[in-house]
Design a binder for this molecule. Structure first.
Ligand code: NDP
Length: 283
């Protein structure tokens, strides 16, 4: 890499994987630009005592992304070692009941957002032969009931990374997918809240049809929020993706992710039957 200063932008650094990644990169001597949406999150990151610079950025707001990119350009002389597209949400709920606005929000934040951010930062990445990490998920390879909207967003993100990997090859810009399984972060509590929130406009009789499925999904989320892997494991993988001399195109990590990989290799009717058996209750 040509950029001696090794500046890295990490989106969605207020909590969870993004926050842990910002701390790890700062400890490793990178110049870290951590993006958040609220001043109090910026204050907290700075109060960590680590050399982290913060930027206010909402991935759905083009002008906030442009402002952040201008600041990074001015601070770094226009050379960026790495961009970590981490910001994301998880909307949960059976597709029949999901208000379309919730689906649009899911896709805007998890799919359009990383494209919007990457477009703005690409000239700086090109100038430094930098790398891009897309924070996907095992859900980007394997779709489960009740989290169809989230899976759709991660499948789309994988397609975007596959496209960009080839489009950007000529400039030596590597595009790397990180695909964690369940990780202990606030996203699980947030998506539980969203499930309730997103179901508010839905017809209660239709929601009731999916009661048992929703319960299976909720208990999976509760378990993941306690038993998921620690955020530091994902942060270390992002570090590897940005620094390995020959990075892989995909880093799949986490407990039991290989079960899902195997599941997706089965004949589709068998795969569906296994999932149906696992998620079918009385409802
Ligand atoms: P968190 O909820 O802890 O972090 C999500 C981050 O994204 C927060 O900083 C949040 O900011 C930010 N964010 C949400 N909406 C926007 C927006 N419109 N603009 C800018 N930032 C936004 O969850 P995780 O750490 O778990 O998630 C990080 C990434 O990892 C996501 O892409 C997620 O899909 C992925 N992932 C998570 C897994 C898990 O099990 N936790 C497994 C696989 C992948 P704010 O605090 O302001 O809302």
């Amino acid at each position: 890499m040509e950029n001696e200063e090794r500046a890295v932008v990490i989106t969605g650094a207020s909590t969870g994987i993004g926050e842990a990644t910002a701390y790890l990169f700062a400890r490793q001597g990178f110049r870290v630009f951590a993006t958040v949406r609220r001043d109090q999150d910026a204050d907290r990151l700075r109060a960590s005592g680590l050399p982290i610079e913060t930027l206010l950025l909402d991935v759905t707001d083009t002008s906030s992304v442009s402002r952040a990119a201008l600041k990074v350009r001015a601070a770094t002389g226009g050379k960026l070692f790495g961009l970590v597209n981490n910001a994301g949400i998880a909307v949960a709920g059976p597709l029949e009941c999901l208000p379309i606005a919730e689906l649009e929000k899911q896709l805007d934040i998890n799919v359009v957002g990383p494209v919007r951010v990457t477009q703005e930062f690409l000239p700086m990445l090109r100038a430094a032969r930098g790398r891009i990490v897309m924070m996907s998920s095992i859900a980007g390879r394997s779709a489960l009931p009740v989290v169809g909207a989230y899976s759709a967003s991660k499948f789309a993100l994988e397609a975007i990374a596959d496209t960009w990997r080839v489009e950007l090859y000529r400039w030596g810009i590597q595009v790397i997918l990180v695909e964690p399984g369940a990780t202990r972060t606030p996203i699980w509590d947030k998506s539980a809240t969203l499930t309730t929130g997103s179901m508010e406009g839905a017809d209660p009789e239709r929601v009731e049809l999916y009661r048992s499925l929703i319960e299976v999904g909720s208990s999976f989320a509760r378990k993941a929020s306690v038993e998921g892997m620690p955020v530091e494991e994902v942060a270390r993988t992002v570090l590897k993706a940005l620094t390995a001399p020959r990075p892989r195109a995909r880093y799949l990590l986490g407990r039991r992710v290989w079960q899902r990989v195997v599941l997706e290799k089965l004949p589709v009717r068998l795969r569906d039957w296994i999932l149906f058996r696992g998620s079918a209750g009385k409802g």
